[in-house]
Design a protein around this ligand. Structure first.
Ligand SMILES: Cc1ncc(COP(=O)(O)O)c(C=O)c1O
Length: 392
């Protein structure tokens, strides 16, 4: 049992991390310390307000370290989906009829529905189809879809259904060759791999802190030289070059204090106490080292499970520890309920990945999804597979 995560102490095997992760004590302590000091709005020269201002500014700074970008490229928000809809509103004032948008077929609807909204102004949506034997996206297929009219490519860092990781940097290079922008969904990948938006060279990226052992917040990277060009829906006095144009209303400062606690847990407990991005890089090296054998073990047990069909990549190459499968014996929701009764939490359904599920012929019933985090153990996986083996 990981002593840093009190919610795991009950012994329940939580394998629904793709839906949202558990939080370390440092996250809870951050929220409590903040609210016990004061609950004030930002911007005023008294102590309580200064605390909120410093929590917000520190969040922008440390989230920039997490993305691998500059603090003036980080938008703070309530959720990934709220942020992509804000971006889509700005695009709707910038794009015109006949412009083309490419969406990968692996996307969660958070990185698809907001761009489909642009059909209302006459944009054409093209879907970059995956090869469904393994769920892979092929760059050669993307090349055929690109044209001088392409304005946007939406691509995930890892599919929240199948767990595979497409070649985002390769796709970005191709999209940039025709002048298109790239929006990268890092929600599913970021609990397993540290983002590096400068390396992938994407123009926009987002993740949700609650999937990364933090609070219910969303963050978006916006390439600095694009910010001013984006006509956001904003209060009239907010300048065009200000990130505040994507941050309407009052933010969740206690949530930010919790997220800062999570980042300090990552650096202290997994990152060797190193400061800044360096501590996060080290922490994620640890996370990858912990997860790799778990991923391989789970795949092994899944392949040996009678009546099971695994969807997507059957090897541990280029994938995270998310397993999407069905049992011949029973439908996904029945299996999820059965596992819950046996002390194991997994997901069932389409988890808003409606395109992958449709392509696999599984929509709307979907599939079972088990997903590990760095605090998962072999014992959790044994409990899952032992229970599944007994299911009739
Ligand atoms: C891959 C992916 N993208 C986006 C989202 C949406 O994130 P949020 O709940 O912060 O809007 C999710 C949530 O499950 C997800 O798994």
């Amino acid at each position: 049992m990981n002593p840093h995560f009190p919610a795991l102490a009950s012994g329940f095997s939580f394998l629904d991390n793709a839906a949202g992760a558990q939080v370390p004590r440092a996250c809870i302590a951050g929220i409590t310390a903040f609210l016990e000091s004061a609950s004030c709005n930002v911007g005023m020269p008294y102590a309580g307000s200064q605390l909120s201002t410093s929590v917000r500014d520190q969040t922008r700074l440390e989230t920039a370290e997490f993305f691998g970008c500059s603090p003036d490229e980080v938008v703070l928000g309530p959720s990934a989906t709220a942020l992509t809809f804000r971006l889509s509103t700005a695009f709707s004032r910038l794009f015109k009829a006949g412009d083309e948008i490419i969406i990968s077929e692996l996307e969660h609807e958070c990185n698809a529905s907001p761009w489909r909204e642009l059909e209302r102004i006459g944009c054409e949506i093209k879907i970059w189809r995956a090869h469904w034997s393994e769920g892979h996206l092929d760059l050669a297929d993307l090349e055929k879809l690109l044209s001088p009219k392409t304005r946007l490519l939406a691509i995930t860092g890892a599919a929240n259904s199948l767990g595979n990781r497409p070649d985002v940097a390769g796709a970005t290079k191709l999209a940039h060759s025709v002048g298109a922008w790239v929006v990268n969904d890092l929600v599913h990948d970021s609990p397993h791999h540290l983002p590096d938006v400068k390396k992938s060279d994407v123009d926009f990226a987002f993740f949700s802190a609650y999937k990364v052992f933090g609070t219910h917040l969303g963050f978006m990277y916006v390439r600095q030289n694009l910010l001013e060009k984006l006509p956001a829906q904003k209060l009239h006095f907010i300048p065009d070059d200000s990130l505040l144009k994507f941050e309407p209303g009052t933010n969740n400062y206690e949530g930010m204090a919790g997220w800062l606690g999570t980042l300090s847990y990552l650096r202290q407990e997994l990152g060797g106490g190193l400061a800044g991005r360096e501590g996060l890089v080290k922490a994620y090296q640890q996370i990858e080292a912990i997860e790799k054998p778990l991923l391989e073990y789970a795949l092994e047990r899944l392949k040996a499970l009678s009546g099971a069909t695994l969807y997507g990549e059957p090897s541990s190459q280029n994938r995270v520890g998310t397993f999407c499968f069905n049992l011949a014996q029973a439908g996904p929701l029945e299996v999820v309920k059965y596992l819950g009764e046996h002390g194991v939490g997994v997901a069932g359904g389409h988890y808003y990945a409606t395109m992958p599920m449709t392509a696999l012929g599984l929509y709307p019933t979907g599939a079972i999804r088990a997903s590990i985090g760095h605090y998962s153990t072999k014992a959790d996986l044994d409990k899952l597979f032992d229970a599944l083996e007994k299911k009739d």
